[in-house]
Design a protein around this ligand. Structure first.
Ligand code: PLP
Length: 380
């Protein structure tokens, strides 16, 4: 039994892939899992200490709905200095994870039958969040041969288009949009009076280039809703801590959802968030250096065995073209059955992904090398 709202939404395909692999592991099979969407590192100690101190000092009560003032202030400062946004603490809501922030954005800005644009392939939870809000997703194809940049966006815009979702560095492709690509999207948003949701959760996991926030372009400040969080940069997935920034008349209604559902992000967890942003950033740099080394081993290894894969500029996913061997679904199944290697079929992220598999390299170099050997034996 399900409501009509839920009937429009599929179960998460990434979770499904991970669950099958976990089940095989429980049965004693040595599965190499490349399905994980989370850093395999532990949260840096100074962040844990700050949250534990807060808990022991009694910060265990309800927090203000939009977040504790000190954290909102630190986030606003970060958005001003790092992301070149003109952000005020009053325009920020601290959420239990970026995912909740995205859900709140969709519920707040989309009306029934509005349209929201996703660049195909896109992270699995955007489309369900759009559908929960009663709106529809318009899938805009990307140039899968050349950096997964969106093409012909304007052809997909009509009077119902309310929102464009931008995710750079992106999941599932790891693509980082250059400044010009972001500027083109910004110009289209301005010309057509459309809001932009910029999901910048992978901003720190970026290699050899600078992250650019689309909200920093002229004319974009008022129409950009910036979402970010602590899960990926600070290895804090289980903490459930994220945030959203937007101009006051967009952010205020969002608080209604938070206050009538989760109430707030967990009180003492928010002190961990302050330590993450204010404390030493070396742990982030160390994690990124490790991700980069793993990316190089994986992507070079795939290309060496004849599986085409562009070098992603960020995040910790490689999106490999397996069309020479079959479609992504068939290959993901084959790899799991024959090689005990778990990957996510690209179709989980949209039609453009059907010839691809997503390989998460949030695992050790040794496991990556072993996985490559197994993939080679099974496919090539
Ligand atoms: N946005 C993207 C693109 C993601 O890949 C993820 C997590 O996989 C999230 C948001 C959610 O992050 P959080 O753990 O902060 O909810």
């Amino acid at each position: 039994m399900a409501s009509s709202r839920l009937k429009r939404v599929e179960e998460s395909a990434t979770m499904k892939a991970a669950n099958t692999a976990n089940k095989m592991k429980e049965d004693g099979i040595d599965v190499i899992s490349f399905t994980l969407g989370e850093p395999d590192f532990d949260t840096p100690k100074h962040i844990c200490d700050a949250a534990a101190d807060a808990m022991y000092r009694g910060e265990t009560h309800y927090a203000p709905g939009a977040g504790i003032s000190e954290l909102k202030k630190v986030i606003a400062d970060k958005l001003c200095t790092e992301n070149k946004l003109d952000a005020k603490a009053s325009e920020i809501i601290v959420t239990p994870g970026a995912k909740q922030a995205i859900f709140e954005v969709m519920m707040s800005v989309l009306d029934d039958n509005d349209e929201a644009i996703l660049f195909d392939p896109a992270w699995v939870s955007y489309d369900p969040a759009i559908k929960f809000a009663g709106a529809n997703t318009t899938w805009v194809p990307t140039d899968t041969e050349n950096g997964f940049k969106p093409v012909d966006i304007e052809e997909y815009i009509n009077e119902k288009t309310k929102l464009i979702v931008v995710n750079s560095p992106g999941n599932p492709t790891g693509a980082v949009y250059d400044k010009q690509t972001l500027k083109n999207i910004a110009d289209i948003a301005i010309d057509n009076d459309i809001l932009v949701l910029s999901d910048e959760i992978y901003e720190k996991i970026i290699y050899d280039q600078e992250h650019v926030s689309i909200g920093s372009f002229e004319g974009m400040q008022d129409r950009t809703i910036t979402v970010n969080g602590f899960s990926k940069a600070y290895a804090m997935t289980g903490w459930r801590l994220g945030y959203v920034h937007a101009r006051s008349d967009i952010i205020k209604p969002m608080l209604k959802i938070q206050s009538h559902s989760v109430s707030s992000a967990t009180s003492f967890v928010q002190y961990g968030g302050i330590a993450a942003l204010e404390g030493p950033q070396e742990p982030v740099a160390e994690m990124v250096a490790k991700f980069k080394a793993r990316r190089n081993v994986l992507v070079d290894g795939l290309n060496e065995i004849g599986i085409r894969c562009q070098k992603p500029g960020g995040a910790f996913y490689a999106f490999a073209d397996v069309s020479e061997y079959g479609d992504g679904n068939i290959i993901a199944k084959k790899l799991l059955q024959d090689a005990h290697v778990a990957v996510t079929p690209g179709s989980a992220f949209g039609e453009s992904g059907k010839n691809f598999i997503r390989i998460s390299y949030a695992t050790s170099i040794e496991r990556i090398q072993e996985g490559l050997e197994r993939i080679k034996a099974a496919l090539v």
